[in-house]
Design a protein. Structure first.
Length: 82
């Protein structure tokens, strides 16, 4: 509406609302892209933390370190805190 008023040489034109709306949209898009970038970086770091071996409990007092691929359903594993 303000563009029409400007073309018709009217006294009052208000561009503050559209500019504020565009500013909010652009800031929102910037924040969204920033969070997506952080998520992608975090996902890569999380994949690097994948364990290659685990502690398997064979008997009550015997714990051995075996590859993760050697674990089967029903095996007892020792999970460290954290």
């Amino acid at each position: 509406m303000s563009v029409v008023e400007t073309v018709n040489h009217a006294e009052h034109t208000y561009f503050d609302a559209p500019i504020m709306l565009l500013t909010f949209l652009l800031v929102g898009r910037y924040l969204d892209q920033s969070m997506r970038r952080r998520t992608r970086a975090g996902r890569g770091n999380l994949a690097a933390l994948k364990a290659e071996t685990c502690n398997q409990v064979r008997r009550r007092d015997e714990i051995s370190q075996v590859p993760v691929a050697a674990i089967h359903p029903g095996d007892i594993v020792l999970v460290a805190a954290g």
